[in-house]
Design a protein around this ligand. Structure first.
Ligand SMILES: [Fe+2]
Length: 470
């Protein structure tokens, strides 16, 4: 038996808790003050109908509130339109990544005409202006109260630019004091629009527009000090498919490896497309970091040879005992900004990885040394390790415990931190042995366990979250 209980992480969580103080083993650092705010799919059935894919489940918000060495936990379903409509109808009622309950052409036309489809914001948490928001890949951020997790009115946060698809991975530029993201507008000629939102505001400003006949599915993008990097994987769609078929979102995309993967390098300040370089075909969800060195642009990505990983994340497969075959590898793609258009690739680590993080606050867009990620051991059914990679020495350090399945490792720097591993890692771990989760606190420098906070229930596997300082 390969699956030692990870299927529990794909089970609906019915319990919502408010400000429960978590039992603690070890010692949470006193300096750790603020909130780890996460989102993730937590309800996989409505009425008699089920969602099909991990990415489809209804969003739950989670708050781990750190204060003076104590940790208080709350979790609450996001009251998005998608959630409320599903509850009212007693069935999934909004199109999701791989579930499409909408039957008619008229309804599909309405969806394409307005920005995006559902707002089941189960992918990431972020800030827009002074608002704390949950994000998904439709351009409809959902605001919530970071203390109570109550869902708030989000109408003022809709981007002023047109588009149906975006990413839940905006980049933050500390020097320019703004965030970047892109919108994809489907059309006869589709358009990627890169935009920025200045800190403290909610207004999107256009940076650059790129036309495309066959838009790609891109879950994230890259950012260096001067450039934005749009990595067009050859998983592409003809937008007409969305109108003419009744397939769920992702099933409208086709793998066309002969296209290769295109790296579009865009100047942040002028909007000029500086270069389009071509790499071998590959697929990815996550860019890690990007930086310039000696006239070259290094773009680090968790790369898969093809998009079959998407198929491995259907719930039926995840709840089975089949091992995970898809292995994402930390890969550096080097674009010669002044030279030819061929991209050179190099694998940086042996481990199969996903959900990468690093010291974003200080190293985003810059050369960096440490990557933190969740790893999948050979034959494991799901991510079962936390891995620290030293890019300078190549050393990989793993945390692992039998029947434990960790999620994204969020790095929180110590105040006055000296090095980029001077801080802690926070990760929600499902302990299948006892049927509950815990939040682990690791020392980011030596990967030792500092504390674990025991959550009274099993937290379904989520995607992303961020630490917001108190
Ligand atoms: Fe993601």
């Amino acid at each position: 038996m390969v699956n030692n209980g990870s299927a529990l992480g794909f089970t609906t969580l019915g319990q919502e808790l408010t400000e429960v103080e978590l039992h603690q083993r070890g010692q949470v650092p006193e300096w750790l003050e603020g909130d780890l705010l996460r989102t993730g799919p937590a309800q996989f059935e409505v009425g008699k109908a089920s969602y099909q894919h991990w990415f489809d489940g209804l969003a739950m918000l989670y708050r781990f509130h750190f204060q003076q060495g104590r940790v208080v936990y709350s979790n609450r379903y996001l009251q998005s339109d998608a959630y409320l409509k599903a509850k009212a109808a007693g069935a999934p009622s909004s199109p999701e990544f791989a579930t499409n309950p909408l039957p008619t052409l008229l309804q599909r036309l309405r969806l394409v005409a307005r920005a995006g489809s559902g707002n089941n914001a189960n992918v990431n948490t972020s800030r827009i202006g002074t608002h704390t928001v949950a994000l998904t890949e439709t351009p409809q951020p959902v605001a919530f109260d970071p203390a109570s997790l109550a869902t708030l009115d989000s109408r003022t946060l809709l981007p002023s630019l047109p588009g149906q698809v975006t990413t839940a991975h905006p980049h933050f530029d500390a020097r320019r004091q703004c965030q970047y993201n892109y919108l994809l507008e489907f059309g006869r000629v589709s358009k990627y629009r890169l935009y920025r939102i200045d800190a403290g505001t909610t207004q999107a400003q256009l940076v650059a527009t790129l036309d495309t006949q066959r838009p790609a599915y891109m879950h994230s993008f890259g950012m260096s000090e001067r450039y934005l990097v749009l990595t067009e994987f050859p998983l592409v769609t003809n937008p007409l498919r969305f109108l003419l078929g009744n397939r769920p979102f992702i099933q409208n995309y086709r793998w066309e490896p002969e296209r290769g993967t295109l790296f579009h390098v865009i100047d942040k300040d002028t909007g000029q497309i500086m270069k389009t370089a071509r790499a071998e075909p590959f697929f990815a969800f996550h860019h890690v970091n990007a930086f310039e060195r000696d006239g070259k642009l290094c773009v680090d990505i968790i790369a898969f040879p093809d998009p079959s990983v998407i198929d491995e994340l259907y719930l039926e497969h995840l709840r089975s005992e089949a091992p995970t075959k898809a292995a994402g590898k930390l890969t550096r793609f080097t674009v010669d900004l002044d030279g030819d258009d061929a991209v050179v690739s190099q694998t940086l680590a042996d481990a199969a990885l996903e959900l990468p993080r690093f010291d974003y606050r200080r190293r985003a867009g810059q050369p960096y040394r440490y990557v933190y990620a969740a790893g999948t051991s050979p034959k494991a059914a799901f991510m079962d390790t936390l891995i620290r990679i030293d890019l300078e020495t190549g050393k990989e350090t793993a945390w692992h415990e039998a029947s434990c399945y960790p999620g994204e490792p969020v790095f929180v720097p110590r105040p006055e931190a000296q090095g980029e591993d001077d801080g802690v890692i926070l990760s929600v771990v499902l302990d299948a042995k006892v049927g509950r989760s815990f939040l682990i606190v690791l020392d980011a420098a030596n990967w030792s366990e500092q504390a674990r906070l025991e959550v009274p229930h099993p937290v379904p596997f989520g995607f992303h979250g961020n630490f917001f300082k108190g």
